[in-house]
Design a protein around this ligand. Sequence first.
Ligand code: FES
Length: 110
Amino acid sequence: MPRVTFLPDGNSIEVPPGTTILAAAQKCHAQVGFACGGNCACSTCHVYVRQGFDSLPATEEDEEDILDRAFDVQPVSRLGCQAKVGDRDLVCEITPESRQAWFDEHPEAR
Ligand code: FES
């Protein structure tokens, strides 16, 4: 199974292909925000896919619309709740926007 690693902390987990990056993050307790509950409506799950980007299914229009509203979008930006793991390992850097959202949702972790 492909392994998904989250930077900067290095949380990592193997997941079946088709698992969303957000679901992988939640399984390994990585600090990826999800203010809208994974419904492609907020951009707080924004990550930079530093390795394995080409193995992800193409971005769909809904995801692009939300990414347009995200901060500091890069060519390797994806929404964690929409991008599904393919057949290769991924390294995902959690964006500052996403980490901030995670801490807003988990004030006890500050
Ligand atoms: S969790 Fe809101 S867009 Fe992904």
